[in-house]
Design a protein. Structure first.
Length: 327
């Protein structure tokens, strides 16, 4: 004996009832919604078509309710991914007004709250790096990888787990070769600073705080969002103006999945006002995170971050996309 299908779904309304918006949400006309509701509701719950009225519950056709319900995020609590996976992302940064573009691929191997990162070659304006100082940094940066990271419960970068391994790689594979190849006062100074940093990478966390990939990929998005929103602060370092900018931001977790069946989280905000910027234009943040519905892993991060110096807008367009064939 099959269970009889319900004739209606009785749904509690939230806040002030808006007939037009509710009808549109469930793919009905206002007249269809009122007619269906009045067919099954009590006398005290009857709705007029034109006059506003407070109602605690609305009666909906099961088919329309279920078609809408399957598109909705059921919880405002984003849990950090606990699975094992391997994904490759393409990362693109465009710096304006410099017309400078940087892109690279980065592999992320996740085992619960432990993440291993492997970064590939960096390209500047679609070309391999050819400037001497930039080459030095590129060669030194490769010492970091593979980089093993533990995260906190919110997804923030907690600790570098293979710090001693990185130091060994620096001493064994890079330091002496770089000193031999880059024999200049500037090169020597940079290599000495790198030597100090690689001796214990956990004491030089600002290296990661100033890197936009790490700042955004390890943003603490895995938390509970009351009413699907949350206020916070975020600081971003702008290398072009050698300054860290603080923003008041709002996380806005979308209740409805995207067309691609992803969870969407908007991160927007404006530069925090202080005595130094009170009478000038303020920078802004406008980012969109898309997460896999089942695992909550990051699928993409897109958007822009801006700041002002002497009235000139400095802007970074950031794109991170999961590439095909990621597991």
């Amino acid at each position: 004996m099959t269970k009889e299908e319900p004739k209606y779904i009785k749904l509690r309304t939230e806040g002030i009832f808006n007939l037009q918006n509710t009808a549109k949400e469930f793919n009905l006309t206002s007249a269809e919604l009122v007619a269906f509701h009045n067919q099954y509701c009590g006398i005290h719950e009857l709705l007029p078509l034109s006059l506003p009225k407070y109602v605690e519950y609305i009666y909906l056709p099961p088919k329309n309710f279920l078609e809408r319900d399957i598109k909705l995020l059921k919880s405002a609590n984003l849990q950090i991914p606990k699975i094992k996976s391997e994904k490759t992302y393409g990362v693109v940064l465009n710096f304006l007004p410099k017309e400078l573009s940087i892109h690279y691929k980065i592999k992320v191997i996740r085992t619960g709250e432990i993440i291993e990162i492997i970064k590939e070659k960096t390209y500047v304006n679609n070309l391999e790096i050819d400037q001497t100082i930039e080459q030095l940094f590129e060669k030194a940066e490769q010492v970091l990888y593979p980089l093993k990271i533990s995260t906190d419960i919110n997804g923030g970068l907690s600790k570098i787990l293979n710090s001693s391994e990185i130091n060994d790689r620096w001493k064994r594979e890079a330091e002496s070769q770089l000193r031999k190849y880059y024999q200049s006062e500037t090169g020597e100074e940079i290599i000495n600073k790198l030597d100090q940093a690689f001796s214990d990478i956990n004491k030089k966390r600002d290296m990661f705080d100033r890197n936009l990939f790490y700042k955004l990929f390890f943003l603490p998005i895995y938390q509970s969002y009351q009413n699907f929103k949350k206020d916070d602060y975020l600081s971003i370092y702008f290398a072009g103006i050698s300054q860290e900018i603080s923003y008041r931001i709002e996380y806005d977790l979308q209740k409805e999945f995207t067309r691609g069946d992803k969870i969407a989280l908007n991160v927007t905000g404006k530069e925090e006002e202080n005595i130094f910027n009170r009478n000038r234009e303020k920078g802004e943040i406008d980012l969109l995170y898309k997460l896999h519905k089942e695992t909550h892993e990051i699928f993409s991060i897109t958007g822009s971050i801006s700041a002002f110096e002497d009235g000139l807008e400095c802007k970074i367009d950031f794109e991170l996309y999961e590439l095909k064939n990621s597991q």
